[in-house]
Design a protein around this ligand. Structure first.
Ligand code: PLP
Length: 372
């Protein structure tokens, strides 16, 4: 249980099981043969690793030695719906928030507009800047925004950019083949992050980071001082070279136990139930006077707001509603903003929750609204 998984030599079993579990997951998500990967602690560090690869690839792998001073100005593109871990990766990589370019979104999935992205890239090139990478969303946190992954992958190929996909939460849904149309074209990604420690039910610190070409990761991240050389073992994989930390846990066990104990079919049933229950609750609220559905169910997440009497400040009303619901304590909801206006998020994802748990939200919400 206290395995030290920095190198193959320090824990061969953990390394071998990690390789195996990543491949089980690869198959479970329907990713093509050829994707490799490792289990990182969090999506935040996997995304940082991917952004560092973007930087180094764009600089011809000179950033680690020469630094960014005097280098061509790099540009990375993502939608305004992207998770804050992407902003932070851009800060920490030295690329700088001013060079994270927001792609306009469109359509019911609030996905990045590929034509607008192409225009942004062309304008940056014309201005003497160096596009480095694109980051796509599959189920962003606010309301589950999902980009047209195939179209973004094609643009990444066209301009030779590194393409990272953040599917930290909703990627888990791809164990269900009928949902994979939502990330059609994913085989064109260079890097994909999915958190089994969220919706799949694994313990915290279990992030699957898939990559098409691990050598770009190791070229960016691996350091080999003498004391880390495993003499005579050049053929083995050292997963610490695929991420930021040197020391690592035996995370593969979390997946091995989960998959062996429950099985993929039971996990699929859980995901399908969560989605169906979330939709049922959404329809109930939609049919209730005074409520408005702000974003239709994306995976198991939708958002709504209560409109109140005319003249009411709807943002203030909904912030007060969330606060009262959470103070009540029976259910817990969070807020976001959609096109600038407050919306209340309803998300189903707890491993053991039941239909009755989800439906119990309806009387709670309506009862508290009546008291407001
Ligand atoms: C949760 C989440 C993250 C961050 O995940 P950590 O593992 O906590 O770093 C990033 N992106 C999305 C879309 C998420 O839902």
């Amino acid at each position: 249980m206290a395995a030290v998984c920095m190198l193959w030599q320090t824990s061969p079993a953990a390394t071998e099981l990690e390789t195996k579990m990543i491949d089980w997951l690869r198959q479970a998500f329907g990713l093509p043969d050829g994707f490799k990967g490792c289990i990182q602690d969090t999506a935040s560090t996997a995304t940082l690793a991917a952004v560092l690869v973007m930087r180094e690839r764009a600089l011809g792998f000179t950033g680690n030695t020469a630094g960014l001073f005097g280098a061509q100005r790099l540009r990375v593109y993502c939608s305004p719906e992207a998770h804050s871990s992407i902003d932070r990766a851009i800060w920490f990589s030295g690329i700088g928030a001013d060079n994270l370019v927001r792609i306009p979104i469109k359509g019911p999935l609030r996905g990045a507009d590929p034509e607008a992205l192409r225009a942004l890239i062309q304008a940056d090139i014309a201005a003497g800047m160096k596009p480095a990478g694109i980051i796509g969303n599959v189920g962003a946190t606010g309301v589950g925004a999902t980009d047209p992954i195939g179209a973004l992958a094609a643009i990444a190929r066209e301009f030779d950019l590194y393409f990272h996909v953040d599917a930290a939460w909703a990627g888990t849904a791809m164990i269900c083949p009928e949902l994979r149309h939502l990330w059609a074209g994913i085989e064109g990604a260079d890097s994909i992050v999915i958190n089994p420690h969220k919706w799949l039910g694994a313990q915290q610190h279990c992030t699957a980071h898939f990559v098409r070409d691990p050598s770009t990761l190791t070229r960016t991240l691996a350091a080999r001082p003498d004391y880390l050389h495993t003499l005579g073992q050049d053929e083995v994989v050292n997963y610490s070279e695929w991420g930021i930390p040197l020391g690592r846990e035996f995370r593969a066990l979390k997946l091995w136990f989960l998959l062996r104990a429950y099985g993929l079919e039971a996990l699929r049933a859980m995901i399908r139930n969560h989605i169906a229950w979330s939709r049922a609750l959404c329809e109930k609220l939609r049919a209730t006077p005074g409520f408005e559905i702000v974003s239709d169910p994306a995976y198991s997440l939708f958002s709504f707001r209560y409109l109140g009497k005319s003249g009411a400040n709807v943002d203030d009303l909904n912030l007060a509603l969330v606060e009262s619901i959470n103070a009540d304590g029976r259910i817990y909801l969070t807020q976001t903003r959609v096109d600038g206006a407050v919306a209340i998020r309803f998300q189903v994802g707890q491993f053991e929750c039941t239909e009755a748990d989800v439906m119990s939200a309806y009387p709670v919400i309506t009862e508290i609204v009546a008291r407001l």
